[in-house]
Write a protein that binds this ligand. Structure first.
Ligand SMILES: [Zn+2]
Ligand SMILES: [Zn+2]
Length: 56
C-alpha cells in the first residue's frame, strides 16, 4: 500500500511542503510557524496565526 507522507502548509507561501522548518512564534510563543526551504532561503516573511506577528 502506498503511504502518503504528510506534508505541512508553509505559512509564507501557502504551499504544501515536505522540507520545512517548524518553530514557535518568537513573539507569543504559542503560534506554530511552518516555513518551507524556499521561503527560508529567500527570507520570506511569515505571520503568526495567534498574535499576528510578522517577521523573517
Ligand atoms: Zn514557503
Ligand atoms: Zn505569535
Amino acid at each position: 500500500m502506498a503511504q502518503a507522507i504528510p506534508g505541512k502548509v508553509c505559512v509564507s507561501c501557502g504551499r504544501l511542503t515536505h522540507q520545512y522548518t517548524e518553530f514557535k512564534c518568537p513573539s507569543c510563543g504559542k503560534g506554530l510557524i511552518i516555513r518551507c526551504e524556499h521561503c527560508r532561503e529567500i527570507t520570506n516573511t511569515y505571520k503568526c496565526k495567534e498574535c499576528g506577528f510578522e517577521g523573517p
